[in-house]
Design a protein. Structure first.
Length: 367
């Protein structure tokens, strides 16, 4: 059963972690390590059953392989989930037990924070293993990734504007931004700095008020965002907002935002292509966060992080080229770009020079 499943998804390793005393039930999924150690966040969620948790971690870890490959990073894809309610099941023992399991993988999987996890939880994981990113800045961590994710999203947007209009003047365009959370608000700020017209909505009215008062945006209702006459629709909150109900209502010529899993189904991606709406694939556009934490592996440097964000412009542009070259929708072209990079790097088998050979340490010479 499980071997059939992971053979279909192409996973290398799935680890089930259990500590009765700590109340830990976790699954770590390592999808692909051709490019380097698997990096991906830890999610804590009250899954209804084990199958739901397994499906989620398999899907998310596979997504990280593609995301990391397209971002040009030398890291593979992985993910972890803890079955539990983040509002009431957290404890020091839980996260330290999880950290020990991560440590036992000797760096094949590097964890980070995701849904239901914050920097304080990561501090506990960090006590048991160094294979953690997104730790507090006092430990040489990268801190809040939101400004980087937003700046990277802007780079992806400029590539989309260039592909659609032949120029990248953000200030000339209007935007319907859905979601004014950490990343959304930073993105709005960048758009307004360049003089763009921005319509904004969010489930939290306080955030909408801030976007209006501080940045001069126009507030619209939660459902009205799909009817706004804007050049670009930018989903920056939940996934699946481009679906069969909302697509016919969208007037935008470009879809480019920071949310994950923006398209409800692949069929929606095909339909966007038919309608001539340019979709900038989400995981290429929002890679700023993972790029930022990946730098912690070598030693974090803010200037280097900002320089790295600018590569998103070229990555998204390359996806559009592949889409044109192969006559396929952009969401398929992003996957193809990732697959081509993994295949190319996977073929580099350096000749064995003997410098890392067995050293037979137990032997004595000259007796």
């Amino acid at each position: 059963m499980i071997f059939d499943t992971i053979a279909n998804t192409g996973h290398e390793q799935v680890v089930f972690c259990q500590s009765k005393d700590a109340g830990l039930k976790a699954i770590i999924a390592i999808h692909n390590t051709v490019l380097g150690p698997a990096l991906g966040g830890l999610r804590m969620w009250p899954y209804k059953n084990e199958q739901e948790a397994l499906n989620d971690v398999l899907r998310l870890s596979r997504g990280m392989t593609f995301k990391n490959a397209v971002a040009g990073l030398n890291i593979g894809g992985g993910k972890a989930v803890i079955i539990g309610d983040p509002a009431k099941d957290k404890s020091e023992a839980l996260f330290r037990a999880f950290g020990r399991f991560v440590n036992s993988l000797n760096g094949r999987y590097i964890t980070a924070e995701d849904v239901g996890i914050d920097v304080n939880d990561m501090e506990w994981v960090f006590r048991e293993t160094e294979f953690v990113t997104g730790v507090h800045q006092v430990h040489g961590g990268s801190g809040d990734p939101s400004p980087f994710t937003a700046y990277g999203t802007l780079q992806g947007l400029m590539a989309a504007l260039h592909a659609k209009y032949g120029e990248e003047d953000v200030g000339k365009r209007s935007f319907a931004v859905q979601g004014a959370g950490h990343v959304g608000m930073e993105f709005i700020k960048l758009l307004r700095e360049q003089g763009a017209k921005v319509f904004v909505t969010d489930i939290n009215p306080e955030l909408v008020k801030r976007a209006v008062d501080e940045f001069g945006c126009t507030a619209v209702g939660l459902d009205e965002i799909y009817d706004v006459d804007a050049d670009v629709y930018s989903p920056c909150a939940l996934g699946g907002t481009v679906n069969e109900k909302t697509l016919p209502r969208l007037k935008a010529k470009i879809i480019c935002g920071a949310a994950n899993n923006q398209l409800a189904t692949d069929a929606i991606g095909d339909e966007l292509d038919k309608r001539g709406i340019l979709y900038a694939p989400d995981y290429a556009v929002n890679a700023g966060g993972v790029m930022n934490v990946s730098l912690e592996i070598d030693g974090y440097n803010r200037e280097r992080a900002m320089r790295m964000m600018r590569t998103i412009y070229h990555n998204v542009g390359r996806i559009f080229q592949i889409a044109k070259r192969d006559g396929i929708p952009t969401y398929k072209a992003a996957d193809r770009m990732a697959e081509e990079r993994i295949a190319a790097i996977g073929k580099i088998k350096l000749p064995h020079m003997g410098n890392n050979g067995p050293r037979f340490l137990g032997r004595m010479r000259g007796h």
